[in-house]
Design a protein around this ligand. Structure first.
Ligand code: TRP
Ligand code: ZN
Length: 865
């Protein structure tokens, strides 16, 4: 029996319904930084005002801070206490000037939250609750303040001193030090504060806004990286123009700075006027970055820039509203990227990503609504649900309202809430008011977790010459939520005439009840159903379409997503039946792939996506119990058969899309993609010269896309070329950490049976470090999504990951917690694996001194309900 005395200390749970407005406001703040790597002094002067009638003390959040000095209206006081890190001051009156001073050790800050050192730079990361690691402050997004900042540092070590807003003064000091002052005219929450100090060099450019103001742009990197910043700069300028054209949003300061840093917990951060990026989302040249890297840079630069309005000018009231800025901004960056190249391929990639990460999350122990109800550690809620499902929710609003009304809604939202910290409900209200569309039921997308399932069955009523579509929805139970209400689901559907292959009708159906029957007149024969076109809703469709219907759609659907989806479903049906019965007829898939490959009307970029087999993980998601070995064998067999049966076509595509000199254009990307997919099939079929082809491409490629694709092919093989290629690659790029990350990842993703041994060796490699999140993700993150090798029957994969998580937790709990979810998939596996996974989760929960980040993820993953 547990009594209160020896009960384990369980971290606080924060509940959305407990929100109340701040007790004290901070209209303005002056920060003085005396910077150095091992001892930085921060002197803060806060203007504070009591908010409303109450007698509660001033509470200034702090995390690992010790006050060296506290002053009230200029008078030093000792009339304060520390409560869970926060500074509490009882104040008699309504407005005060509070001064505090603290000393920080950025070099020792391995959590990468607050002020930290990275490769000689000093930089900050404040979202979500990092500002309280810099100074005592009401660290919540609904406290908006004007910031004036003075930075002082050694001139030689830190010649460049950057902060939010505009520089308003600078000077030299006698002792080799110098200072710069910055003023940000826009009130902002503390999470948007940032500073950077270091020996940085700028790629400079400018942009003239739609009202004719000139904005100075700069991307700051170390000098040797300057040649790798051109793509990011082009992305920034294109984004600025796009937000004017599509949303009417203009940039608002005279300066926009971007800084690239090597050690970063996330992709990038939208600090006002001073975006800070993980260097992997800035640096690119053809020799070191793949097409996927170029695309990601385009998307992330746009994402952070778009936050200037959807995030900075209009921010979140509390962290439960995180998707207000993230879902909306992801939707904006997805549309932007779609406009820069093949929209069809972009949509396919976005859906593939959603299914791989968000659908799994929504079906597991960490499922939560787009607007969560509670959290222990907010950093754990920067999830695929908040970001990607959140973006799908905004996309559905766009579908329901149409472009014009959607734009009217976003105009109203920005105009009404400029300078405010608001809620998801405020966003929906603006959309509702501007459009006149009732979004009452639609709001369930914010509150109900779980991926809805829709059963669709099409029959034909010959006597009335009608097609009859029956739809039935259900929303699965998720932790803490059961018996859910039916959702409002926008479904784009079309019916095709099987003989003429013509599309007869296309319409938007909105499923609002559990069931719906739709009768469509004018069909003498049974048509073919295309449903959830363009992936109009983030749901799972269960249809009873036959293999021949799917093959038909894969050849004739005029919606590219529908076409892709039909092929995927055909492949999945084939693979699932192979896994459950041991054999399957590969014929229909081979014919459908042949049709696609020989259809000259199709864009090669699309063809490459369409002929790709579903991932092992996605096949697993279709099964009651995931059998990783059977899935791997079934997929391998189909790949081998496709590779062998269509060998001539793969060779043809490989040759037809032979490498020309590198160019980053949609056409050139599409060619590379199809060429490398073809190479993969040839290797999958073990054609005799596969390794030779791959090694030749590896050696002669003038770009990373082709070189890495060839390396990946060899890394899966037993060919002699494998070890040679890995060595050559390592030696060629040993000084480029972003490329060495790829070297780690390629080996961690290998399908070879000795992959666990390889990753254990890589864990001991001199280039492996727990201090750099990119490197940890490159090895442990990649390995844990290698379904067959991670889920080895002896549990060694689980142990490997857990060892790393426990070692990483005291260094960087946020990054450790992000890597935990693969262990929480235990319910999906057989009893033996379940036991092995749970044992590792229990090992984590039992660890003394565990962070609340990892505690929350592990304990929720273990929970029986
Ligand atoms: N707001 C950032 C984005 O989406 C996310 C982010 C950057 C973040 N750094 C972080 C989230 C650190 C949590 C912790 O662009
Ligand atoms: Zn974001």
């Amino acid at each position: 029996m547990l009594d209160a005395m020896n009960a384990p200390s369980v971290p606080n749970v924060v509940h959305r319904e407990d929100y109340h407005p701040p007790d004290w406001l901070v209209p303005s703040v002056q920060l003085d930084f005396n910077l150095s790597a091992h001892g930085t002094r921060v002197h803060a002067t806060l203007r504070v005002e009591r908010n409303g009638l109450h007698d509660r003390p001033l509470r200034l959040d702090g995390d690992e801070l010790q006050p060296l000095q506290v002053r009230v209206d200029g008078e030093e006081t000792s009339n304060w206490i520390l409560d869970e890190g926060a500074l509490l001051l009882a104040l008699d009156g309504d407005a005060f000037t509070i001064e505090t001073e603290v000393e920080l050790n950025p070099a020792a800050n391995t959590k990468l939250m607050g002020l930290y050192a990275s490769n000689g730079l000093l930089c900050t990361q404040c979202e979500a609750e990092g500002f309280r690691r810099i100074t005592f402050f009401p660290d919540r997004p609904d406290v908006l303040s004007r910031y004036h900042v003075r930075m002082e540092a050694d001139r030689e070590a830190y010649p460049i001193l950057l902060c939010n807003g505009d520089p308003v003064g600078r000077g030299e000091l006698a002792n080799g030090r110098h200072w710069v002052e910055w003023n940000d005219p826009f009130p902002k929450p503390a999470y948007l504060f940032a500073l950077v100090a270091g020996d940085l060099h700028a790629n400079r450019d400018s942009f003239v806004t739609m009202s004719g103001r000139k904005v100075d742009l700069a991307i700051w990197v170390r000098e040797s990286d300057l040649p790798k910043t051109a793509h990011a700069m082009a992305a920034l300028k294109t984004s600025m123009k796009w937000d004017e054209d599509v949303y009417g949003r203009e940039y608002d300061l005279a300066i926009f700075n971007i800084v690239a840093v090597d050690d970063f917990n996330f992709g990038a951060m939208e600090n006002k006027g001073l975006n800070i990026f993980n260097s992997r989302y800035i640096l690119a040249d053809p020799d070191t970055a793949t097409d996927l890297d170029y695309d990601a840079i385009l998307g992330v630069v746009a994402h952070e820039y778009f936050h200037n309005w959807s995030g900075d000018r209009v921010t979140c009231r509390d962290w439960f509203q995180l998707s207000l800025k993230e879902g909306f901004t992801v939707f904006r960056d997805q549309c932007f990227s779609a406009d820069q190249g093949s929209a069809a391929v972009r949509r396919i990639e976005d859906v593939r990503m959603l299914r791989a990460s968000q659908f799994q999350e929504d079906a597991g122990p960490l499922a939560h609504p787009v607007r969560p109800e509670s959290y222990i550690e907010i950093s754990n809620f920067y999830t695929a649900t908040i970001y990607n499902k959140g973006a799908e929710v905004i996309r559905m609003l766009h579908t329901l309202l149409g472009q014009e009304k959607f734009r009217a809604g976003s105009d109203l939202y920005f105009e009404r809430h400029d300078g405010q910290a608001v809620t998801c409900e405020d966003f929906v209200l603006a959309m509702e008011e501007a459009s006149g569309v009732d979004l009452g039921q639609f709001r369930l997308w914010y509150s109900q977790a779980g991926t809805p399932h829709v059963k669709a069955s099409l029959t034909h009523d010959a006597s009335r010459q009608e097609a009859v579509l029956k739809l039935e929805q259900s929303v699965p139970d998720t932790p803490g939520q059961s018996n859910k209400l039916p959702m409002a689901i926008p479904l784009k559907i079309a019916l095709f005439n099987r003989e003429s292959a013509n599309r007869e009708i296309e319409q938007l159906e909105i499923l609002t009840d559990v069931e719906k029957e739709i009768r469509i007149a004018g069909f003498a024969k049974h048509p073919v159903l295309s449903i959830n076109r363009g992936f109009s809703a983030p749901i799972i469709v269960e249809s009873d379409r036959s293999a021949s219907d799917l093959a038909f759609l894969s050849a004739h659907d005029d919606d590219p997503f529908g076409r892709y989806e039909a092929m995927q479903q055909l492949m999945l049906d084939t693979l699932v039946s192979a896994v459950s019965s041991g054999t399957a007829d590969h014929g229909p898939v081979i014919e459908a792939v042949r049709n696609t490959l020989t259809n000259n009307a199709l864009d090669p970029a699309f063809v490459a996506e369409a002929v790709l087999l579903p991932s092992e993980a996605f096949i697993g998601d279709q099964m009651l119990v995931v059998d990783p070995d059977a899935i791997n064998s079934a997929r391998d067999a189909l790949r081998r058969d496709l590779g062998g049966s269509l060998e001539g076509l793969w060779r043809g595509a490989f040759a037809a899309h032979a490498a020309k000199s590198f160019e980053y254009s949609p056409e050139a990307k599409g060619s590379r993609r199809l060429r490398n997919v073809s190479l993969g099939y040839l290797a999958g079929a073990s054609v005799s010269d596969a390794a030779k082809l791959a090694f030749h491409q590896f050696e002669t490629a003038d770009n990373m896309t082709d070189r890495l694709a060839a390396l990946g092919t060899l890394a899966n093989s037993d060919a002699d070329e494998r070890v040679a290629a890995l060595d050559i690659f390592y030696n060629r790029y040993r000084d480029n950490p972003l490329v060495i990350d790829k070297w780690f990842t390629t080996q961690a993703l290998s399908t070879r049976k000795d992959t666990i041994e390889a990753v254990k060796d890589l864990r001991e490699h001199p280039d492996f470090t727990l201090q750099n999140p990119n490197r940890v993700r490159a090895l442990a993150g990649a390995f844990s999504v290698n379904q067959q090798q991670f889920n080895l029957a002896d549990g060694s994969g689980y142990r490997f990951l857990t060892d790393i998580l426990l070692e990483l937790d005291p260094i960087n709990p946020q990054t450790a917690a992000k890597l935990l979810p693969p262990l929480g998939r235990w319910r999906r596996f057989d009893a033996k694996r379940q036991g092995l996974m749970k044992a590792q989760l229990e090992r984590i929960v039992g660890q003394a001194g565990l962070s609340k980040d990892l505690y929350e993820q592990a304990s929720k993953s273990l929970a029986s309900e």
